[in-house]
Write a protein that binds this ligand. Structure first.
Ligand code: SF4
Length: 275
């Protein structure tokens, strides 16, 4: 189990990365497909919940395997990446869909090589110009992945938006701040999504510090996700009542610019909605 070399050893960080015996417990409410992706998957490695957006899973690999992740059941096991034939079908589907936004996700799309990532973006773009969103935790868990070459490659393929995933202000180490700065300075819009996690950030003061630090780094705090009920992650979950109370207090502490939308993604696959 890899813990990012740039991370500190704060318990809030270790809990996200290290296995815990409580993952073996079975809890009421555990849902194998908590955000309804399987029913919205028209073919392997593709999820489409909305007519104007298509989500492509470029790999199952990540730089760090977060213990609460709703795609935890995707790792390990099976093939790590789409085969060339599967990739051709994914591209064909994406082009036919007419989607105006294509989300590259995984796994972590920055766990694949630059050339392969560029070829994915260029393939999706051929003949059309959808906005590309790259959902990645790499700038937080493996900031050296954000090289000057990668930033230039993404900037050359604008519009490309990068959506990072940071949960706690202690994750914003100097190396992470520099990586985020490289993206923003390179002209890449950067947004953040966090997951509300018991034992990590279920505290308005911690969230306020995180969101204000992100704004100072020119990263927009986009979403605060209610935790998904993945089997094995019950010790991370907060109730809706707890979540609402935390969010109300957060809203009283930070400016509108630093206030993310508090959303949940229900198991019926209908997509995110405000809590
Ligand atoms: S990096 Fe993202 S996809 Fe990978 S385990 Fe963590 S939350 Fe899940």
């Amino acid at each position: 189990m890899a813990v990012p070399r740039t991370w500190g050893t704060a318990p809030e960080l270790m809990r996200q990365a290290l296995p815990d015996a409580r993952e073996l417990e079975v809890h009421p409410g555990d849902t194998p497909d908590p955000v309804g992706e399987q029913q919205k998957s028209p073919l392997p490695w593709v999820v489409q919940k909305h007519a104007d957006r298509v989500l492509l899973l470029l790999t199952k690999r990540c730089h760090m395997y977060c213990r609460y992740c709703f795609r935890a059941d995707h790792q390990p096991g099976g093939s790590d990446d789409p085969t060339p034939a599967e990739w051709s079908r994914m591209l064909e589907f994406t082009k036919r869909s007419g989607a105006s936004e294509v989300i590259l996700s995984g796994g972590d799309p920055l766990a694949i090589r630059d050339e392969k990532l560029y070829s994915a973006i260029d393939g999706v773009r051929s003949g059309r110009a959808p906005v590309i969103r790259i959902h990645t935790r790499a700038p937080i868990t493996w900031p050296s992945r954000v090289t000057a070459e990668l930033v230039a490659g993404l900037a050359a393929r604008a519009p490309v938006w990068v959506i990072v995933h940071c949960n706690h202000p202690a994750e914003l180490t100097p190396a992470v701040r520099e990586a985020l700065g490289r993206l923003v300075d390179g002209g890449i819009p950067v947004l953040n999504q966090s997951v509300l996690l018991q034992g990590v950030n279920a505290d308005p003061a911690v969230l306020a510090e995180l969101c204000e630090a992100l704004v100072a780094l020119r990263v927009f705090p986009y979403y605060l996700h209610h935790p998904d009920a993945v089997p094995g992650n019950a010790h991370f979950r907060v109730s809706l009542e707890q979540g609402r109370a935390i969010y109300r207090e957060l809203a009283g502490r930070v400016s509108g610019l630093a206030l993310p939308r508090y959303v949940l993604d229900p198991p019926d696959g209908s997509g995110k909605r405000d809590v």
